[in-house]
Design a protein. Structure first.
Lengths: 519, 320
């Protein structure tokens, strides 16, 4: 064996060895996709308009406050849309003073004026920045929640469209619980209750003669009810601006209330504790509204100054209390979420698919190899080795790169076998032709490989182009297919050209000048 | 051992017959698809719900249908996978509103109705809910990916070979995609993500075959400078015939294995591949090569740009 040949053989053995080492044992090393392992795939849209509306409402509230302290009387400040609010009836005499109050607002709002009325619109650049931030915040919140759920290898990522988020939870089968945990806004607000409870919304409005002050809002809530009677919905008039929100939470955990029913206890961070302490001190003997996602859960009387501890009671089951604690800990979502796509694969179907896929591809492989051995005799053994090596490298690279094996990916295996056969057949047929043309064995083999190399390169590049677009097109399973196909194609160039040729050279090096070739 | 011993079939002679046959099949396919109201789309592209349930004991499809009578919309109930597995697939059109956040209404109502109907116990094997927004997105992406992939390959061929060859390859690939879609419609398969993946693979596969022949044509042009393009191409097709048959045959048979034993989920994928392999092999020999000749000759007659084109010109001149 020449030194050159020895190096080639060594290279091949090293590649095989490394690949085998990378993917053995396959059940641990090869990452399975949701369609094979079972799990949930969710695509949701972040309603970024929510965040814009909050921004606009806050700005309008702040302006209202400023105008009040500077005693500039306006007819009204109304929020006209997620990114627009209007100020009506600015007194002409105080117009200059009014404009001075707008310094901060002008930075992010475009202002237009007609007579004494002003319209403010969020600047487009601010809108897109805010939307982007909102999606990122939602992404981080969801990530925290998913991590707390204890799912192994979850995916939380931005999806194709700008406001979409993709979540994949392998092995999760209780879809509804996962969905609820992910989508609950979990915005905790501690607000002062002005009046209430009222038995219905109309009577709540009645208390203000049908004209609820702009700094107040009517929220639904749950009455504690007397023991035994079913809880009913009641309404509270509460302050619009919260004293403390979930942002100031330090922790939230499931606990029990005085009646030993599941509840959620929370504690505030230092900043929140100061705010809450001052707030409760100033409002002793009034009602504190514990508002979660726009619903008053309870409205206890403030009996003394409270600094940092509180409790949310409600008609919770233990699971609900635990889940609420989880969502509160992970922080509120900056905007609500709607689901656009939801795919769940049960573990049974996944296991069935793996079995069927393995049977089909092993069957295909065995059939193809038998055919090659029958048709090409000894040379068929070369093809056998090169195709098997191809699959070993494919598995090894997939394990090494952490690529995901999906059901269409199994089809990718079968197509890789097909590509392997194609390359080998191309080469062998060419060698046969060269032999028929009167070339000696060594020359024919060399010519066969040399001539066909360009063809193999061209066909592989073309296939790689379509695999690239396939990857772009698909999510999850299809990407798995594109990945498998791509790695298989790359490995095939190595095995069909390098491995197979080395085998031929190995065979030919043993004899000085073999007269025939078993092909 | 050889399948063909010095094959020398005159494939190119049959090119007009082949065009007629292909045209007929494609037209019939398009007419059939149009008469059915367009390409049949699965829920991946239209939006909707698919629930697969596995019952503990055998159930009649009709009993399931009856249990779901109260659920609105046009439902499809069919057995899924092996008959012995007692699995039923239920497909429903889009129900809830994704903006209202109740996209899963259809799935929930199915589970409820099945549970209330007194059927044997069941578990949900899978549940797919696709909203119209995602459906539209996937539709666009699918069309974009298929076209982009064909164009990308065409550019590569035009660079590596000649523009005429690229047009031949595109025509052959489009031909394969159209015929495959027609067969999918004929056999009642719907376009799903997997099927589109298979279609994209077909574009790759079909071009693969074409390139092998074009490559041989290019090589032969260097050695057989005197021959007309028809003859060079025909020789190339014959020289690669064994390879074409062996590759197509083995790939077809292994995909057939996938079709028969690969499970329900991959059935549509495997079927698409089967049709595509047959069509791709046929179109390589009869469509791609023939179009390359027709365009190559015209190009050669018009301008003598490349050396090969000059040869074609002189060859045609010699014949006339």
């Amino acid at each position: 064996m020449s030194k050159n040949l020895r190096w080639k053989v060594l290279t091949i053995l090293t590649v095989i060895g490394l690949s085998v080492w990378a993917f053995v044992p396959p059940q641990d090393k090869i990452r399975l996709g949701l369609d094979l392992k079972g799990g949930v795939h969710l695509v949701m849209r972040v309603q970024t308009d929510d965040a814009l509306r909050v921004e606009t409402e806050t700005t309008a509230d702040r302006l209202r406050e400023t105008l009040r302290t500077q005693t500039i009387p306006v007819t009204g400040i109304t929020v006209a849309g997620p990114n627009e609010f209007r100020v009506a009836g600015v007194p002409t005499a105080q117009d200059a003073q009014f404009r001075q109050a707008l310094v901060d607002i002008d930075l992010i709002y475009d202002r237009s004026q007609s007579l004494t009325n002003y319209t403010f619109r969020l600047k487009p650049s601010v809108v897109s920045q805010l939307r982007d931030e909102t999606v990122n915040q939602a992404l981080q919140t969801i990530e925290r929640r998913v991590n707390e759920l204890g799912v192994a290898e979850p995916v939380v990522a931005r999806h194709s469209a700008a406001d979409q988020i993709l979540v994949q939870l392998p092995g999760v089968s209780d879809v509804n619980r996962a969905k609820e945990i992910i989508r609950s806004t979990a915005l905790l607000e501690l607000k002062l209750v002005e009046q209430g409870p009222f038995p219905d919304e109309a009577s709540a409005r009645q208390a203000f003669a049908g004209n609820v002050p702009p700094d107040m809002q009517i929220l639904p809530g749950r009455s504690e009810g007397t023991a035994g009677s079913a809880p009913t919905t009641v309404y509270y008039a509460v302050r619009r601006v919260a004293a403390v929100t979930g942002r100031d939470l330090r922790n939230a955990r499931p606990s029990l209330d005085e009646n030993n029913r599941p509840a959620v206890s929370f504690s505030l961070n230092n900043e929140g504790a100061v705010k809450f302490g001052n707030f409760t001190q100033a409002n002793i003997n009034r009602q504190l509204g514990i508002v979660l996602d726009g619903r008053v859960y309870s409205a206890p009387n403030i009996q003394s100054r409270i600094d940092s501890e509180g409790r949310i009671t409600g008609n919770f089951t233990q699971q609900e209390a635990a889940d609420l604690g989880l969502t509160l800990r992970s922080g509120a979502l900056p905007a609500s979420l709607t689901y656009l796509e939801e795919r769940t694969v049960g573990p049974t179907l996944g296991a069935d698919s793996v079995r069927a896929g393995v049977i089909a591809s092993t069957g295909g492989l065995v059939f193809v190899l038998l055919f090659l051995l029958y048709y090409y005799k000894l040379a068929g053994f070369n093809a056998f080795v090169s195709i098997t090596t191809n699959l070993i490298i494919l598995l090894g690279l997939m394990a090494y790169l952490g690529a995901t094996m999906t059901l269409p990916g199994i089809a990718g295996f079968i197509l890789t076998i097909g590509m392997g056969v194609d390359s080998n057949v191309l080469i062998f047929e060419r060698i046969k032709e060269e032999l028929t043309g009167g070339k000696g064995v060594k020359a024919a083999v060399a010519a066969g490989f040399d001539r066909v190399f360009l063809t193999i390169l061209d066909t592989h590049v073309a296939s790689l182009i379509s695999a690239a677009f396939l990857f772009q097109f698909g999510t999850g399973p299809i990407r798995g297919f594109a990945t498998t196909l791509t790695i298989g194609l790359l490995a095939n160039v190595f095995t069909a050209v390098f491995v197979s040729r080395t085998m031929f050279e190995l065979f030919l090096s043993r004899r000085d000048q073999p007269a025939t070739l078993s092909i | 051992m050889r399948i063909f011993d010095h094959p020398n079939y005159d494939f190119i002679k049959w090119r007009w017959h082949a065009f007629a046959l292909s045209g007929l099949v494609v037209l019939a396919g398009v007419a059939f698809v149009v008469s059915r109201g367009g390409v049949p789309m699965g829920i991946d592209f239209t939006g909707g719900t698919i629930v697969v349930a596995k019952f503990e004991q055998p159930v009649a499809e009709d009993a399931v249908r009856q249990a779901l009578a109260a659920t609105p919309g046009e439902k499809v109930v069919q057995s899924y996978g092996d008959a012995a597995d007692n699995q039923v697939l239920i497909r429903l059109p889009q129900m809830g509103d994704e903006n209202a956040g109740n996209l899963d209404e259809a799935a929930k109502s199915v589970v409820q109705s099945l549970g209330a109907a007194g059927l044997p116990k069941f578990e949900l094997l899978s549940q797919e809910i696709v909203g119209p927004v995602i459906g539209r997105e996937l539709q666009l992406k699918g069309i974009y990916a298929t076209l982009a992939s064909i164009v990308g390959i065409a550019i590569y061929i035009a660079l590596r070979f000649r523009p005429a060859f690229a047009i031949g390859a595109i025509a052959a690939t489009l031909h394969d995609v159209l015929i495959t879609i027609a067969f999918l419609a004929l056999f009642g398969y719907e376009l799903s993500l997997n099927v589109v993946a298979a279609l994209l693979t077909i574009t790759g596969y079909s071009v693969n075959d074409t390139i092998v022949i074009f490559d041989r044509v290019r090589e032969n042009m260097r050695s057989a400078r005197r021959d007309p393009l028809e003859k060079v191409v025909n020789t190339a097709v014959n020289q690669t015939l064994s390879r074409t048959v062996i590759t197509a045959g083995t790939t077809f048979l292994s995909v057939l294995g996938l079709y028969l034993f690969g499970g329900e989920v991959l059935e549509g994928f495997a079927f698409t591949m089967l049709v595509g392999i047959v069509s791709g092999t046929y179109s390589t020999v009869f469509i791609a090569a023939a179009i390359a000749i027709i365009l190559g000759n015209r190009q050669g007659a018009a301008t003598a740009v490349s050396g090969a084109a000059v040869k074609v010109k002189t060859a045609t001149a010699r014949r006339s």
